[in-house]
Design a protein around this ligand. Structure first.
Ligand code: 1GP
Length: 231
């Protein structure tokens, strides 16, 4: 039986539970430390995300197989590009970069993914991905050649997120970029939350307990943290 990963998001919303994903970038991860890394994760961790901006072919699959030796937590692909898709994961955030205007990341990569996904049991979750300025030049911005949305134009972010939902996104991901100096503001999270029915993921630059609580309080269903755990 395949468990439905998406249900964990909708149930979290209805039961007012909070989800925490730890992001592992295969390029920055030392495979030899897998067991101790997983042992030391916060108890609140519900999911693992695996992905990066530039990951050599095959590295993602190798890493996930290794992680699965030590954990039963669901592993979701959060791929920077189509080469990182592997059916050994439990699910795939099928991202479309809605904040950008680069067709490669709006639709081309998704088309290229189809031949990899055909016939596989990997759960695919359509996700509207919105890059927001974290006062740092983010890897996402560099790799995709797109600009982040400015934090003070809240309405534009809300409208972009809503358009994503109307186009069928099952999740909206508000991303300040890995290593952001400032995370997505509570004001943005709550404004988006107010207009949307789908669960919200928030990540980028979140390091402290206070930032975590602020994001949850503002309406994030899931928080993603990466850099804070890269030792
Ligand atoms: C996931 O890119 C983030 O959305 C992770 O950001 O590395 O800053 O935690 P950090």
């Amino acid at each position: 039986m395949t468990t439905n990963l998406y249900t964990s998001f909708t149930e979290a919303v209805s039961q007012k539970k909070k989800l925490l994903a730890i992001l592992i970038d295969p390029e920055k991860f030392d495979l030899e430390n897998s067991a101790s890394f997983l042992r030391n994760l916060p108890v609140a961790t519900t999911h693992l995300f695996v992905g990066g901006s530039t990951v050599p072919e095959g590295m993602t699959e190798h890493l996930i197989k290794e992680l699965k030796l030590y954990t039963a937590k669901p592993i979701l692909l959060f791929p920077g590009d189509v080469s990182q898709i592997t059916v050994v994961a439990n699910g795939l955030l099928f991202l479309s970069l809605l904040s950008g205007r680069n067709p490669e990341y709006l639709i081309e990569q998704q088309i290229k993914a189809v031949s990899k996904l055909r016939g596989s049991a990997l759960e695919v979750i359509p996700t509207g991905y919105i890059l927001i300025d974290g006062q740092n030049v983010s890897a996402v911005s560099q790799v995709t050649h797109t600009n982040p949305m400015v934090q003070n134009n809240v309405q534009a972010i809300v409208d972009t997120a809503k358009a994503g939902e109307l186009m069928g996104a099952k999740l909206i991901y508000l991303e300040a970029g890995s290593g952001a100096k400032i995370p997505v503001s509570a004001e943005i999270i709550s404004a988006v939350k107010k207009e949307l029915n789908v669960p919200l993921i928030v990540g980028g630059g979140i390091k402290t307990e206070e930032q975590i609580n602020n994001a949850y309080k503002a309406g994030a269903t899931m928080i993603v943290m990466g850099t804070a755990f890269e030792k």
